[in-house]
Design a protein around this ligand. Structure first.
Ligand code: SF4
Length: 536
């Protein structure tokens, strides 16, 4: 039988690619399909040699914005080396909506969901008498295949039934051997009911769910095996509230005190019942990622997001109050109607939620999206190379976006690192961010340029001194500076002892007289950054 290889180039080692595991599991010939995973940080020649070492007759690549460039290069090089001896194909969102990028060297691109066509391909491959030439002809008949006939791209219609029945996809993780110290990605639904114009998931008009009892059984497998993290890839996990509640309740009832579950949710969709359930969970049992993107109503309308920010804020505050859930919020720069001043406002609104992480992303104009169709209308110029990131729009210049990239850098170092939680909160509450959080980080980004730290980034240990120097230049009253330095010392000790698993007692004065604080990270500690110290 011919050798079939599925290749994924992940963004990091801890990531895995559920798509290729799903293809293999659904193929009906799982034993004949090999899988090779690399990361974008591996040496290119090592990836190429690693793939060639399989001596495969058919090689399929899973493509996403983070690996498109590498994949197109690999496909071209393998073609140059092996000529017609190998059948090469690409699948995944990047390939589905931009097959022309790959068809220079690929035999075909698989558009849309790949499980059913891949099973047909494997059926053909299992017929030993089919020569490579016959197989090459066959792949051009697969539903959803795009291929080149001379200079013309032919798109085979996607079988209306091609959307996989979520219940027919076998469980991907029966063998956890490949997933030691890696994140497990789990798909309990496909598609999204929302229509955000920049997002490929908005194109899939239907949401399909995996049977709830099957989901519970599969979650139990992860729980029994005490895997560290399960990341749900469901696009808006709580779009069906009742179902979300049932899964969260199951996780709560079967908590093994180890496994953490990650969900992308619409926070404004949460009701009181969900908040009450979530607020009662073990600290760090789940983490929630909440896309906000912008708080400018005109922008939100233009990108067709349905979001009630007041309700979202109320819900996030309620979850913050409970203090047991790690919260990530996302913002996107470069959206329509969002200039620098509007973005600063969105940033301040979102910063005020005090989530554990504030991810500042930049618009990516993905092929096949409404945003791509409207790019000209919005004056959006974007990079010609993946990930097609915004360079300028009618509302924001290249220089301003570049400035935001520098803000993003300092935000990562000082906010998302969680090394300065108390210090930043003190500055915010005592007037050190009187012009708003955005102005504070923006000034800090300027300071980084003036001092050269933007090029030579300070180490985690050196960042305390750097923050001290920066804040010293803000002309804060002496008493405020004194307290600021106490918080800085507190955060430094917390971080130091946590990272080394150590214990120590210290006296601090936060403006209300001396307090004795004991840091203790010598025992198995809750993951919450708040834990690990007691006021003696
Ligand atoms: S809610 Fe999220 S997944 Fe759904 S269309 Fe919008 S951005 Fe995409």
């Amino acid at each position: 039988m011919k050798k079939v290889l599925l290749v994924a180039i992940n963004a990091k080692y801890i990531h895995s690619c559920p798509a290729i595991y799903s293809l293999r599991a659904s193929s009906g010939h799982a034993e004949s399909v090999q899988i090779a995973e690399f990361t974008i940080n591996d040496r290119y020649q090592d990836i190429l040699a690693g793939i060639l070492a399989y001596h495969a007759d058919i090689i399929g690549f899973s493509c996403y914005i983070w690996n498109t460039q590498i994949v197109t290069d690999l496909i071209a090089d393998i073609r140059a080396l092996l000529g017609d001896k190998v059948i090469l194909y690409a699948g995944g969102p990047e390939a589905s909506y931009g097959p022309e990028t790959f068809l220079g060297s690929c035999d075909f691109v698989m558009c849309g969901e790949g499980e059913k066509p891949f099973a047909l391909l494997m059926e053909a491959v299992s017929q030993d008498d089919l020569e490579q030439h016959g197989l090459r002809e066959f792949v051009r008949t697969l539903p959803g295949a795009a291929w080149k006939d001379g200079g013309r791209i032919v798109y085979n219609p996607i079988n209306p039934e091609a959307g996989s029945d979520m219940n027919k996809i076998p469980f991907l993780y029966t063998d956890l051997g490949n997933f030691d110290n890696r994140i497990i990605y789990y798909e309990s639904s496909r598609g999204c009911p929302f229509r955000c114009t920049y997002c490929l998931s908005s194109i899939d008009k239907t949401v399909r769910f995996r049977d709830l009892e099957t989901v519970k059984r599969e979650l139990q497998f992860f729980i029994d095996h005490k895997v560290p993290q399960v990341k749900f890839v469901d696009r808006t996990f709580n779009c069906d509230r009742k179902r979300a509640m049932e899964i969260w309740q199951y996780i709560a009832d079967h908590d093994n005190k180890v496994t953490n579950f990650h969900f992308e949710i619409g926070a404004d969709l949460l009701g009181e019942e969900e908040i009450a359930l979530l607020a009662g969970l073990r600290p760090a049992l789940i983490q929630l990622e909440i896309g906000i993107q912008s708080t400018n109503p005109k922008t939100v309308e233009a990108i067709q997001r349905t979001m009630d920010f007041d309700r979202l804020r109320k819900n996030v505050f309620a979850l913050r109050e409970a203090g047991n859930i790690n919260l990530h919020v996302d913002l996107i720069a470069g959206l329509p109607y969002e200039g620098l001043i509007s973005f600063a406002r969105s940033f301040n609104d979102v910063y005020a939620l005090h989530a554990d992480q504030l991810q500042l992303g930049f618009l990516k104009v993905l092929k096949g999206t409404v945003m791509e169709q409207r790019a000209e209308e919005y004056g959006i110029r974007y990079s010609v190379r993946p990930p097609y990131e915004v360079l300028a729009t009618k509302w924001i210049s290249y220089e301003e976006l570049d400035r935001l990239r520098r803000v993003c850098d300092v935000l990562e170092m000082y906010y998302n690192s969680q090394q300065f939680i108390r210090t930043l909160r003190f500055l915010e509450e005592s007037g050190g961010m009187a012009d708003g959080a955005f102005a504070f980080f923006d000034r800090m980004a300027d300071f980084f340029v003036e001092t050269g730290y933007n090029k030579k980034r300070p180490s985690a240990a050196a960042r305390y001194e750097v923050l001290d120097t920066f804040v010293s230049g803000l002309d804060l009253p002496e008493e405020q500076m004194k307290i600021f330095r106490e918080y800085l010392r507190f955060d430094r000790m917390l971080h130091f002892h946590r990272s080394r698993g150590m214990a120590r007692e210290e006296t601090f004065d936060f403006g209300e007289g001396p307090v004795r604080i004991r840091f203790d990270y010598t025992t198995e500690n809750p993951v919450s950054h708040e834990a690990g110290y007691v006021i003696c």
